[in-house]
Design a protein around this ligand. Structure first.
Ligand code: HEM
Ligand SMILES: N[C@@H](CC(=O)c1ccccc1NC=O)C(=O)O
Length: 263
């Protein structure tokens, strides 16, 4: 008789021994546990967001409006949660953070591969981010792959073409490994989408929500940084808050913002 597997339990299904055994503070400071847990929760949500956005890209490419909208709504709800999470970390004072900051050595958010993957899905094509990853690392390969795939906006253009909008051929056939250049012809198409005011226009609005949401995260992150470490340099080697401020307000989908002056 073959031996039966041990009965599935709450603990085994959720791999709790692994997850709950993965908090390893480097100091005895009370607040370091919060710092670790918050980051781990972020990385789990980043994983789920990547999962949803990959699904969204495939739904867009098949022209499936209802599923695209539902998936976008879910991604947006997750984004709200991750932005709101910053409130929890802001209960930590500058001196509490200073109590264990030195133990972080040169580690920093620069090394969050999933965050870079998310940026790549949103269209970022910037090889400078690779500086923080060893050449053959899995993380680097995943980011590189995301940069070689169509961005969300590329997939959305595919969606519009499937729905018979006159998306210019060169936009559909562009080299998706390069950064997207805003295009007036594409903006003319977006104006027609908005005039029709159907499912495609709803997707446009949700993409703007996504863009606004990621900028909100950047803004909240830099405010948290400013109040916690002031103008100190970052552990990752940047100037800190002033570097982070330069990344706020850079849109992922510039064409969707550009058309608003014409709506
Ligand atoms: C007290 C809390 C935090 C402080 C003081 C802080 C500080 C910083 C600083 C100074 C940088 C610039 C890199 C450097 O030179 O070190 C940075 C980058 C970054 N941090 Fe944080 N951070 C905090 C919390 C978080 C949290 C909770 C996350 C969530 C994952 C996060 C994700 C990131 C990411 C993704 C970057 C890269 C941003 C970019 O290059 O655009 N940080 N952080
Ligand atoms: N860069 C931060 C340290 C920090 O926040 C951090 C360190 C290790 C792992 C994740 C981090 N979070 C975001 O940067 C600092 O300069 O204080």
């Amino acid at each position: 008789m073959t031996e039966r597997n041990a009965a599935l339990t709450y603990e085994s299904y959720l791999a709790l021994p692994e997850i709950l055994g993965a908090q390893r503070p480097r100091s005895h400071e009370h607040d370091e546990m919060l710092f670790i847990v918050i980051h781990q929760v972020y990385e789990l949500w980043f994983k789920q967001l990547l999962h949803e956005l990959a699904h969204l890209r495939s739904r867009l490419e098949t022209g499936d409006t209802a599923h695209s909208i539902r998936t976008l709504r879910r991604a947006l709800t997750i984004l709200k949660v991750v932005v709101a999470q910053i409130d929890v970390l802001e209960t930590m004072t500058p001196s509490q953070f200073a109590g264990f900051r030195a133990r972080l050595d040169a580690a920093s958010g620069f090394e969050s591969a999933q965050f870079r993957e998310l940026e790549a899905v949103l269209g970022r094509r910037d090889r400078q981010v690779f500086e923080h990853y060893p050449p053959e690392s899995g993380a680097r390969q995943r980011i590189a792959e995301a940069m070689e795939n169509p961005s969300l906006f590329d997939s959305f253009l595919g969606y519009l073409a499937r729905h018979d909008y006159p998306v210019p051929e060169e936009a559909l056939r562009r080299d998706v490994r390069l950064p997207w250049e805003p295009s007036e012809e594409v903006q003319d198409v977006l104006l027609r989408v908005y005039a029709d005011d159907g499912g495609a226009a709803t997707i446009c609005e949700h993409l703007v929500d996504l863009d606004e949401g990621q900028q909100e995260w950047r803004y909240r992150h830099v405010m948290m940084v400013q109040r916690t470490i002031g103008d100190k340099q970052g552990t990752g080697g940047s100037s800190g808050a002033s570097y982070l401020r330069s990344t706020v307000g850079v849109p992922a989908f510039p064409d969707l913002w550009a058309v608003r002056s014409r709506l």
